[in-house]
Design a binder for this molecule. Sequence first.
Ligand SMILES: [Zn+2]
Length: 311
Amino acid sequence: MWRDRDTLQIGIDSRRAVALTGMAGAAWLISLLDGSRDRAQVIQAAEDHGIPSETAERVLALLAMAGALDDFPAATLRLLPTPLRARLAAELATVSLAHRDGDGGARTLARRLAGQVRIHGRGRVAAAIASLLAASGLGRVTHTDGAAKEAAAPQETMRAGQVPGIAALPDLAILVGRHPPELRAGLMQDRVPHLAVSADEAIGVVGPLVVPGRTACLKCLDLTRTDRDPAWPLILAQLTGREPDPTACDAPLAAAVAAQAAAQVLAFIDRAAAAEAVVNGTLELVLPGWQWRRRTWPPHGDCSCGSHAAR
Ligand SMILES: [Zn+2]
């Protein structure tokens, strides 16, 4: 949009928008920036149109300085089938704006396409997380039953009948609802980062994200709970192998928890440090409230996971 003859505004919301002055006469040049030309081709096209190359260079420099130019690497572009790019356009636009990488989301896309996530758990929260992650461009999303969700990159599709337990270790495991103690022990032993997710008793909980040996593990949380409630181990023992029926998790809570979990998984896959909201902590939504709140869970000194010493 033009604020006046000389000032171009890119974006609407003041938290994202930038205003650039000295842009008089640059409208046609800017219309060339639709992703179909590389830098040299833009400057050549401008010259053919009677715009001096110095002017084109200056406009491009102004846009780049303002962080308004997405320069998607041509090499990455060539590797991406057009339908896949079209399907992931909204994801790329979002990461590009949110992080201002200046590469049109190319680096994030590469990480996601290489990413492998395994979901343990049943029910609509687990199903919704799987579908959100597949839609976000995750290379491989598998479920405990071995069913492969639609994969972003066809070559990453899991072979039918492949058992997740013996497949390569995922980058991240997601534990939805109650899960057997052997599962978390196995993940700790294999050093697989894992995210706990639950939605029951009209409370949604996303976290902690456990990086084995480095951040508070699920046992750390149980030890902290025991410090506060000496009867916790007894209660925990009675929960093993029992599923709530029905689960007190309505459709909006399931959707909210799945969305929060998927966002934290993507933060971890996109840039590991960005998932800090669920490291040594949980995000919790207690109905009828509407606000997610963070609860801190520090590594426990008596836990054998070693995260306490790693602090
Ligand atoms: Zn621990």
